[in-house]
Write a protein that binds this ligand. Structure first.
Ligand SMILES: NC(=O)c1ccc[n+]([C@@H]2O[C@H](COP(=O)([O-])OP(=O)(O)OC[C@H]3O[C@@H](n4cnc5c(N)ncnc54)[C@H](OP(=O)(O)O)[C@@H]3O)[C@@H](O)[C@H]2O)c1
Length: 262
C-alpha cells in the first residue's frame, strides 16, 4: 500500500529545482505539508503557493545556504518556532564539480563537501529523533550512481556520494525496528539543472531519466514492505552501479576516467 503522508510534514532540501521540486510535488500530491529549503526563495515561494492551491496542503519556505554550517541549526530552529514536527526528511540539495582536483577552486570543493556531506549529516542528525518517534515517514538521502566507484575528474563529488550511500545504509540499519523508512536514492544522469551547475556535459553517463521517473522509483521503494537501504533508479544504472561496486579499483579507474572525459 502506498505510504500515506496526509497530516504529516515533509522537509525537502534543494526544492527550488530538479529532483527536490519533484519530491515536493509528489509528496504534496499524497497530502504532505511541506517545508521547502533552498537559496532561491522566489522559486520556493512560487512552488509553495502552487502546491497549496492544487492540493490544499500547507507549504512553508526557508531561504538557506546549506553550505554554510550556521544554516543547519537555523533550519531546525525555524521548524521548532513554527511548531512543525517533521516526519519525512528528503536531503536532496547537492552539486558537483568537474575537472582535475589539482586545478579545482578550493573554495568550491569545500562548499561541495559542506553541502553534500555536512548539511545532509547535520540535518539527518538534527531531525532523526523526531523521524524515529513519529515512525510513520521516511528519510531519503539523495546519493548518486557516482557513489559506487571512485570517479576521476569528479573525485570530490564521487566521494561525497559514496559517503551518503554508506552513511544512509548504516542509519537504515540502526532504525530498522522504528517504522521509519530510510533509503539512499542513487539516480544516474537526470534531466535537471545539475549539469548547468557542473558546467560540463562530460560528467553525464548513460541516458537521461526524468525527475518524475527518479522520484517514482524512490516512492516505490518507500511503499514496499521492506524499503531497501540503497535504491538505484533505472535498470541501466543498476547494472552500472553493480559493475562499479564489483570491478577491481585498478581496472575501474581508467574506465571511469574515460567516461568522464568524453
Ligand atoms: N541530475 C543528475 O544527473 C543527478 C544524478 C545523481 C544525483 N543527483 C543528485 O540529485 C540532487 C538534486 O540535484 P538536481 O539534479 O535536482 O540538480 P539541480 O536542479 O541543480 O538542483 C539542486 C538543488 O540544490 C539546491 N542547492 C544547491 N546549492 C545549495 C546550497 N548551497 N544551499 C541550499 N540549497 C542548495 C538548489 O537550490 P538553490 O540553487 O536555489 O539553492 C537546487 O534546488 C543532488 O544531490 C545531486 O547530487 C543528480
Amino acid at each position: 500500500m502506498a505510504l500515506q503522508f496526509a497530516a504529516t510534514t515533509a522537509l525537502v532540501t534543494g526544492a527550488s529545482s530538479g529532483l527536490g521540486a519533484e519530491f515536493a510535488r509528489a509528496l504534496a500530491a499524497r497530502g504532505a505539508d511541506l517545508v521547502l529549503v533552498a537559496r532561491r526563495v522566489d522559486r520556493l515561494e512560487a512552488l509553495a503557493r502552487d502546491l497549496e492551491a492544487r492540493h490544499g496542503i500547507t507549504a512553508r519556505i526557508v531561504g538557506a545556504d546549506l553550505a554554510d554550517p550556521a544554516s543547519w541549526a537555523r533550519v531546525r530552529a525555524f521548524t521548532e518556532a513554527e511548531g512543525v514536527r517533521v516526519s519525512t526528511l528528503v536531503n536532496n540539495a547537492g552539486f558537483a564539480t568537474h575537472g582535475v582536483l589539482a586545478e579545482a577552486d578550493p573554495d568550491r570543493t569545500d562548499e561541495e563537501v559542506r553541502l553534500n556531506v555536512g548539511a545532509l549529516t547535520a540535518l539527518t542528525r538534527l531531525y532523526l529523533p523526531d523521524l524515529v518517534s513519529e515512525g510513520s515517514g521516511a528519510l531519503v538521502n539523495v546519493a548518486s550512481t557516482a557513489g559506487f566507484q571512485p570517479v576521476p575528474l569528479m573525485a570530490v563529488y564521487g566521494a561525497t556520494k559514496a559517503y551518503v550511500r554508506s552513511f544512509t545504509a548504516a542509519v537504515a540499519w540502526e532504525t530498522r525496528d522504528t517504522g521509519l523508512r530510510v533509503t539512499a536514492l542513487c539516480p544516474g544522469a537526470t534531466r535537471t539543472e545539475f549539469f548547468d551547475v557542473v558546467g560540463s556535459d562530460d560528467a553525464k553517463v548513460g541516458r537521461y531519466q526524468s525527475p518524475e521517473q527518479v522520484v517514482r522509483t524512490a516512492l516505490r521503494a518507500l511503499d514496499g514492505r521492506r524499503t531497501p537501504p540503497v535504491v538505484v533508479s533505472g535498470a541501466a544504472n543498476r547494472v552500472g552501479a553493480a559493475l562499479g561496486r564489483l570491478a577491481p579499483t585498478r581496472l575501474g579507474l581508467p574506465l571511469t576516467a574515460a567516461l568522464m572525459r568524453r
